[in-house]
Design a protein around this ligand. Structure first.
Ligand SMILES: [Zn+2]
Length: 275
């Protein structure tokens, strides 16, 4: 006796289609459930700096954000001695879009806020070692001309880029984004990017959240504005948001402070290697 499937060939087709759809959805569920191992900060350690100087001890509030020049030098030389080489976020994104992992021992060095000393950091510390950094600049602080304001001018932004460094967005006004109304939030994202792109000659697709403040609304606005990566201030826990969903917009960095010697730096790099 023939089964219904043999009598009615279409049944077999639908049964196969249903089986295929089921298998596909099972595969998708499995893919979603599998931990994503390619968060940018898992592929590459990202170091956060603000200032390089000797004044951290006298300004205790700032001490976590100042690194002594000798220590900074030691950290860079440690990276070289341990076969690390610097890449930029643009390079990281290029690897990601080609589905390639960055080479082993890649590291990203970031410098926040656009201080005028960035030019000296690039010239005196990075360039002699063939290293590149990423400088997060907020456009509201950038002067039209070099004017001694303490912040870079657009001329200096272009100098950094011409010297092989990379400049990315740190918003317009450096306000904590999670406190802003939607229209202001959008302005901070889009205006900073558009103004910066007019000077740097590459797409500005990476945003560092001022003070690291970000929540689901801020992340969504960052995405909607067309950024590809959102960078947190340091490695503060971000477990309140689903990291699997927001990984590229919760990229973590580690900070090196005034009192941290090379042993602390080396330990932080080793922690990263264990992720
Ligand atoms: Zn900042």
């Amino acid at each position: 006796m023939k089964t219904a499937a043999q009598k009615q060939p279409w049944f077999g087709f639908y049964a196969s289609a249903a089986l295929f759809a089921f298998a596909l959805s099972a595969l998708l569920v499995a893919t979603n459930a599998a931990p994503r191992k390619n968060h940018p900060d898992m592929l590459v350690p990202i170091v956060m700096y603000h200032h390089v100087g000797d004044w951290g001890k006298a300004n205790s509030d700032w001490a976590p954000y100042v690194v002594k020049p000798q220590e900074f030098q030691r950290q860079l030389d440690w990276l070289l001695a341990n076969q690390f080489h610097t890449i930029t976020f643009q390079e990281l994104l290029a690897y990601e879009s080609s589905n390639m992992r960055p080479p082993a021992h890649s590291v990203i060095l970031t410098f926040d806020d656009g201080w005028a000393e960035d030019v000296d950091i690039a010239k005196n510390f990075l360039a002699p070692r063939g290293m590149r950094g990423v400088f997060f600049v907020y456009t509201g602080a950038v002067a039209q001309q070099d004017n001694g304001s303490g912040y870079v001018s657009w001329n200096q932004v272009r100098q950094l880029e011409e010297a092989g460094q990379e400049v990315q967005s740190h918003t317009v006004s450096h306000s904590p984004l999670d406190t802003l109304a939607p229209s202001r939030l959008q302005f901070e994202m889009i205006n900073s990017r558009d103004e910066m792109q007019a000077h740097v000659g590459h797409p500005v697709e990476v945003l560092a959240y001022p003070f690291g403040h970000h929540d689901a609304r801020v992340i969504q606005a960052t995405r909607d504005a067309g950024y590809k990566l959102g960078i947190a201030a340091d490695d503060e826990p971000v477990a309140v948001l689903p990291r699997e969903e927001w990984g590229n917009f919760q990229v973590r960095r580690f900070k090196v402070g005034y009192g941290d010697g090379i042993d602390v730096f080396a330990a932080r790099m080793a922690e990263h290697a264990q992720k």
